[in-house]
Design a protein around this ligand. Structure first.
Ligand code: PNS
Length: 168
């Protein structure tokens, strides 16, 4: 059974991520989306929030599950009995980092292969940070994220604004 991990920050999940999830779910028996809970960073959404948001947009994919992880990706992969790591490649700018990541993981865990999916042309420019920036300036994010996710982002900004007003 080929079990793959699709790891990332997913802060938030975009249509580009979802496209890769849908394609990878057709190739592997089971796909586990691994949401990195990086205590050194301050994401917009907590790991639990990101997991909950992802669950909302993968209900149609029966062999896909999602959970958060801390620490090394290869340890998470071994714990989940996964032998493949899936990553998306948008442009050449992604390549250097992805090569370094996959080769480092290969040295640490020779039993795990990294497989790259070239991002759908429709989403090759897309990133979570861009989505957050557009949302921050009240731009329309509907081309980039699913409706459920757009709503969560709007709610988050509303909460931040309300807290800001309360604190001032
Ligand atoms: O969506 P991202 O932020 O590009 O995902 C990066 C991710 C989560 C794949 C990477 O940071 C990761 O695997 N982090 C866990 C720690 C680890 O195993 N690092 C690789 C060896 S240095």
């Amino acid at each position: 059974m080929a079990i793959a991990i699709y790891p990332g920050s997913f802060d938030p999940i975009t249509k580009g991520h979802l496209d890769i999830i849908e394609r990878a779910s057709k190739i592997f028996d089971k796909l586990i989306i691994g949401v990195l809970n990086n205590k050194q960073k301050t994401p917009m959404f907590s790991a639990d929030e990101r997991v909950a948001m992802i669950k909302k947009v993968i209900t149609h994919l029966k062999n896909v599950e999602v959970s958060s992880f801390e620490g090394l990706l290869i340890d998470f992969a071994h714990m989940k009995k996964a032998n493949v790591i899936v990553r998306g490649l948008r442009a050449i700018t992604d390549f250097e980092y992805e090569l370094q990541l996959s080769q480092t993981n290969k040295v640490m865990a020779a039993d795990i292969e990294t497989v790259f999916f070239t991002t759908n042309l429709k989403y090759s420019y897309l990133s979570s940070s861009m989505v957050k920036e557009i949302a921050n300036f009240r731009g329309d994010i509907s081309p980039f994220v699913n409706e459920e996710i757009a709503q969560e982002i709007k709610n988050k900004f509303r909460k931040v604004e309300q807290n800001g007003i309360k604190n001032s």
